[in-house]
Design a protein around this ligand. Structure first.
Ligand code: HH2
Length: 272
């Protein structure tokens, strides 16, 4: 199975990793094209941070941040729009976006109306509240059945291209994130293409601290991001959402090479 690479491009002042770097439209477009050169299949443009505690941005401001970037990049590469707002999603599609990265899982009817794809993500509550004591009885069962429901609804509405995403870090404790990553093969088995976003997220720091490492800031989470992207690809994810496109694209290439050969080749050692 091939795995698409979605490059993250946040045109925001406050995203937890790339916030403030690409507020200037020319810099954002340049970074988008750079990620394409590095191997991204799709660029995910966002104008509102969804990090824990983030405040909502007015739709006009979100549009002002992203629309020129969407329009410029859509000439060269597939673009998705990372938003929770229908008016922003509609405007981005008007500028050439063809996938709604619907972190609030509320835009399926709009995707059907506009004839674009959708990625439906699980989130507990809203970004502002989601990390206030999240609790699940059975996180894997609850997230899986939620995603099956929303994917079924989107398909019933006529959306042809649907991804589901367990929403790593969106109202999840460390154990919830780990359980969901461990359960990726069974989520993949449900048959709806799975997308995963672990890139630079704080659970990587919590996890490595638990294993005895110092607490890592977003700048120091490259290894964990790559390791979890590789894990997701190996589990059959159809798309990984990453900041570090070049390394992830190389890993995908290598993983594809090691997954594709038949077992005779593997046993004879012709594949190293
Ligand atoms: N994570 C973030 C944003 N959008 N979309 C999907 N489908 N899956 C994810 O895991 C996901 C997402 C958060 O990361 P980032 O965009 O880097 O940060 P911020 O929300 O602070 O802008």
């Amino acid at each position: 199975m091939t795995c698409k690479i979605m490059g993250v491009l946040n045109v925001t002042p406050d995203s937890f990793y790339d916030g403030g770097r690409y507020l200037d439209h020319d810099l954002a477009i340049q970074r988008g094209l750079e990620m394409v050169a590095e191997g991204a299949d799709i660029i995910d443009v966002g104008g509102e941070s969804s990090r824990p505690g983030a405040e909502s941005v007015p739709p006009d401001e979100e549009c002002r941040r992203i629309l020129p970037v969407v329009a410029a990049l859509a000439r060269d590469v597939r673009v998705s729009v990372d938003t929770m707002k229908p008016e922003v999603a509609r405007a981005a599609v008007g500028e050439g976006a063809t996938l709604l990265n619907d972190v609030g899982s509320s835009l399926a009817a709009l995707a059907a109306e506009l004839g674009v794809g959708i990625a439906l993500m699980h989130m507990l509550g809203t970004p502002k509240t989601m990390q206030r004591s999240p609790h699940y009885d059975d996180v894997v069962e609850e997230v899986t059945s939620y995603l099956a429901d929303v994917a079924g609804q989107a398909k019933a509405l006529g959306v042809e291209e649907v991804y589901v995403d367990p929403g790593i870090g969106f109202g999840k404790r460390l154990a919830d994130n780990v359980a969901l990553l461990q359960a990726l093969p069974s989520l993949v088995d449900h048959g709806v293409p799975v997308m995963v976003g672990t890139s630079r997220k704080s659970f990587l720091a919590t996890l490595s601290k638990e294993k005895g490492a110092p607490l890592l800031g977003p700048e120091d989470r490259f290894e964990g991001s790559l390791a979890t992207a590789v894990w997701s690809m190996a589990c059959g994810a159809a798309m990984v959402r990453v900041h570090d496109v070049a390394a992830t694209a190389m890993a995908a290439l290598l993983l594809g090479a090691s997954a594709a050969p038949d077992s005779d080749e593997m046993q004879s050692g012709s594949v190293r």
